[in-house]
Design a protein around this ligand. Structure first.
Ligand code: ADP
Length: 377
């Protein structure tokens, strides 16, 4: 692995920056993550100089890709840019102002993704609460409402979409370096899991997470989308905060189980998004009550209703509940999410009701004035 890194640096020494300095001497390279034939790094540049650097980025990527032993290379430019107006997808779409440029904590506007009207994050304070399951079914249910929907798996530490949607193929390359999303059940899908093997150890560090996310957002042919659902990594650490600042979010939904502990984590999640001025569209209570697989009877083993009470306390909308239901797990494991597999079932209905509230929330968020920018030290 160390050798591959050295080879990469040697190859990059042959790539000149706009002022002629060899790339490794510019001080703009992030750490290089190399392993298993895959290489990732980012170049951080001034927002004003992005145009000149794009050619350098492309040359760097080509130079690394040409190395023996390199199967794939991802090089991303990272810079804060002023948002161009996002082009609407051309239907009755919520178009929150934040979608074209959510404000980062330092007040920098984030560039929207051309053609994508609104981006919503599905987040959770901790792992294992069913965030990815909810994200994919919510995306499908939004699609059933007639919206054109994409889903981006930003859960770089544990990408779930390849499994949840039974996607084994790799995305195709379009126009040189851009990736085409994979289409499933009408959704445009992109996941870091398509680009790395399941067994690959996740040695991502902070800057790599950002560059991979940036690439998945900006170098994918998303086309015209009404809504992009982003399955965020769990937790509220630096990586999540940084992601919330990288992606111009129209709003976020927080997934929680009814247990107190999960709710405490959900509270942290809400506080984090508020800190970066991302509207919280609401809380979803997952694994709300238990549906007996034999008799269909419902029991509230986890203290159903905790999320609703918590949402009221925090002054955020309660978006709905999803039962703990073996069929939801089985359909997820089989790569056939329940909204697609059993569209007429009550389970699918619970996701559809949530999707309708999310859409209402987006529309309401689009009518609110742009968020006040907070300057932090
Ligand atoms: P996270 O993204 O929060 O880590 P996942 O979506 O991967 O969580 O879900 C964790 C596990 O719980 C998976 O096996 C999934 O199938 C299961 N699961 C999620 N939601 C439900 C539910 N409502 N009923 C039954 N199983 C569920």
């Amino acid at each position: 692995m160390a050798n591959l890194k050295d080879d990469v640096l040697a190859a990059l020494a042959g790539v000149a920056s706009p002022d002629g300095t060899p790339l490794p001497a510019t001080g703009k390279l992030s750490e290089i993550v190399a392993g298993d034939g895959k290489v990732f790094f980012s170049i951080s540049v001034d927002a004003a100089a992005v145009k000149q650097w794009e050619a350098v980025r492309a040359r760097a990527e080509a130079a690394v890709r040409a190395l023996p032993g390199v199967a794939s290379a991802m090089v991303a430019l990272t810079a804060e840019r002023t948002a161009p107006p996002s082009s609407p997808a051309g239907r009755d779409v919520p178009r929150p102002s934040a979608a074209a440029g959510g404000a980062g904590p330092r007040g920098g506007a984030l560039a929207g993704i051309p053609g994508v009207a609104a981006i919503i994050a599905v987040a959770s304070g901790k792992g294992g609460v069913g965030k990815s399951t909810v994200a994919v079914n919510l995306a499908l249910a939004l699609g059933d409402l007639g919206l054109k929907v994409g889903i981006l798996d930003a859960d770089i530490y544990g990408p779930s979409l390849p499994k949840l949607l039974a996607i084994r193929e790799r995305p195709q390359i379009a126009g040189g370096t851009r990736l085409k999303p994979i289409l499933r059940h009408g959704l445009a899908v992109m996941s870091i899991g398509f680009l790395v093997e399941e067994e690959t150890p996740m040695i991502w560090r902070g800057p790599m997470v950002i560059s991979a996310l940036t690439q998945m957002l900006r170098e994918v042919e998303w086309g015209a989308l009404d809504v992009m659902v982003v399955d965020m990594p769990p937790g509220t650490g630096d990586a999540q905060l940084t992601m919330a600042q990288q992606v111009p979010l129209a709003g976020t939904v927080i997934v929680s189980t009814p247990q107190d502990l999960a709710l405490i984590d959900a509270r942290r999640g809400i506080a984090m998004f508020r800190r970066v001025n991302v509207p919280v569209l609401g809380i979803i209570e997952n694994m709300s009550s238990f549906i007996c697989p034999q008799c269909g009877a419902r029991s509230d083993i986890f203290g159903h209703g905790g999320a609703r009470a918590e949402a009221e306390r925090l002054g955020v909308p309660f978006l709905g509940e999803v039962p703990l239901d073996i069929v939801i797990r089985e359909t997820s494991d089989a790569g056939q999410p329940v909204v697609a597999a059993e569209p007429d079932s009550p389970r699918a209905q619970s996701f559809r009701a949530i999707a309708a509230r999310v859409r209402e929330g987006l529309t309401a968020a689009s009518r609110r004035p742009a968020p006040k920018i907070v300057i932090e030290a």
